[in-house]
Design a protein. Structure first.
Length: 318
C-alpha cells in the first residue's frame, strides 16, 4: 500500500499542472466516483493478476506509468495543461493509456443531455399543469399522462447513456426506472378515468408504485452532484425524496407540497440546462477505464504489464 501511494505521488509530481487537470477532468464527466477503479478492478470484481495481493501491487506502478504517459501526451501536443479539448480526434491521457475523442462519443453526450432536458421540460410543464390546470379529471389535465411518459422516457435515455465506472449501480438505477414505469402503468390500469399524477395525489400510497422512477432520478442527481459539486444537483437529490415522503406520510400540507414540487422542478430545470454549459469531454470522463474493462482478463493483465514497464522505464514519450 505504501508503495502504491508513493508511486501515485511521484506520478502526480511528474505530470505537472496538465496532469492535475486531467485527473480532475477524468474524475468527472457523468461518473459516480472521482477515481476510476485501479487496474485490479476488472469486471466481475476479480483482480487482473488473479488475486488481491497482485492487484494492489500493480496499482503503484500504474500510478507512475500514468504520470509518464500524461507528460508524453502534453509534450507531443505542445500543451501546458488547462481545459481539456472536446474536439473530435483530441487525445487525452487516462489511467490505462491515452484515449481519443470520437464523433460517436460526442453524439452520446449530446443525447444524454437532450434526454435530461426533455425530462426536465416535461416535469416543469407537468408541475404547472397539475398546480394550475384546474380540477382533477378536467380535460386539460389529460396531458399529464403524456408529460409523465415523456419525462420518464427522457430520464430513461439519460440513464442508458450516462457513463459510470460502477456498472452495477447504473443497472440498479435502470431497474428502479423500469420498476417505477411499470408501477405507473399499474396505477393507470387501476384508475383509467384520471391521470396517474392525479391518482397518486389523491391516494398517497401510489407513491410506492411510481416512487422508484424518482429514486432513479435521485441517484442520477447524486452522481452529478458528487462529480461536479453543483448546488442544483444536490438540491434535487434532497428535494425529490423529501417531496415524495412528505406526500406519502401526510406530513406536508397541500401548500407545502406545492412549494416542494415547484422547487424540485426548478432545480431539475437548472440542472438540465447547465449541462449544456459544460465541455462535452467532461461527460466522457476517462474512456481508457471503459476500454480496459472491455478487455478479457488476459488482455487486462498484458495491459497492466505494459503500463508497469513504461512506468519503471521512466519514459515520457512513445
Amino acid at each position: 500500500m505504501a508503495a502504491g501511494a508513493g508511486g501515485g505521488e511521484r506520478a502526480g509530481r511528474r505530470a505537472g499542472p496538465g496532469g492535475s487537470a486531467a485527473r480532475r477532468g477524468g474524475g468527472r464527466g457523468a461518473r459516480t466516483a472521482r477515481r476510476p477503479p485501479a487496474p485490479a478492478a476488472a469486471p466481475g470484481g476479480r483482480g487482473v493478476g488473479g488475486g488481491a495481493a497482485g492487484s494492489w501491487g500493480a496499482a503503484g506502478s500504474w500510478g507512475a506509468a500514468a504520470g509518464a504517459r500524461a507528460r508524453g501526451t502534453r509534450a507531443r501536443a505542445g500543451a501546458g495543461g488547462g481545459a481539456r479539448s472536446s474536439a473530435v480526434g483530441s487525445v487525452h491521457p487516462g489511467m490505462y493509456g491515452e484515449w481519443r475523442v470520437e464523433e460517436a462519443d460526442l453524439q452520446e453526450v449530446a443525447l444524454y443531455r437532450a434526454g435530461l432536458a426533455a425530462s426536465a421540460s416535461c416535469a416543469a410543464l407537468g408541475a404547472g399543469l397539475f398546480l394550475f390546470g384546474g380540477e382533477a379529471g378536467s380535460p386539460a389535465r389529460a396531458a399529464l399522462d403524456p408529460l409523465l411518459l415523456g419525462g420518464a422516457g427522457g430520464l430513461g435515455l439519460a440513464l442508458a447513456l450516462v457513463h459510470m465506472y460502477l456498472g452495477d449501480i447504473k443497472k440498479v438505477m435502470q431497474a428502479l426506472w423500469f420498476t417505477g414505469l411499470a408501477g405507473g402503468v399499474v396505477v393507470k390500469l387501476a384508475e383509467p378515468g384520471q391521470s396517474v399524477v392525479d391518482t397518486v395525489a389523491a391516494q398517497p400510497l401510489g407513491v410506492w408504485a411510481i416512487g422508484p422512477l424518482f429514486a432513479a432520478l435521485t441517484g442520477l442527481a447524486f452522481k452529478e452532484g458528487a462529480c461536479y459539486g453543483k448546488a442544483e444537483a444536490w438540491a434535487l437529490f434532497v428535494l425529490t425524496p423529501v417531496a415524495l415522503l412528505g406526500h406519502l406520510t401526510g406530513l406536508a400540507s397541500s401548500g407545502t407540497e406545492g412549494a416542494l414540487l415547484l422547487a424540485t422542478v426548478a432545480c431539475y430545470s437548472v440542472f438540465a440546462l447547465r449541462k449544456f454549459s459544460q465541455p462535452q469531454v467532461d461527460d466522457l470522463g476517462d474512456k481508457s477505464v471503459f476500454e480496459f474493462m472491455q478487455l478479457s482478463e488476459a488482455e487486462q493483465a498484458r495491459r497492466v504489464a505494459e503500463i508497469e514497464s513504461q512506468g519503471s522505464g521512466g519514459t515520457g514519450t512513445e
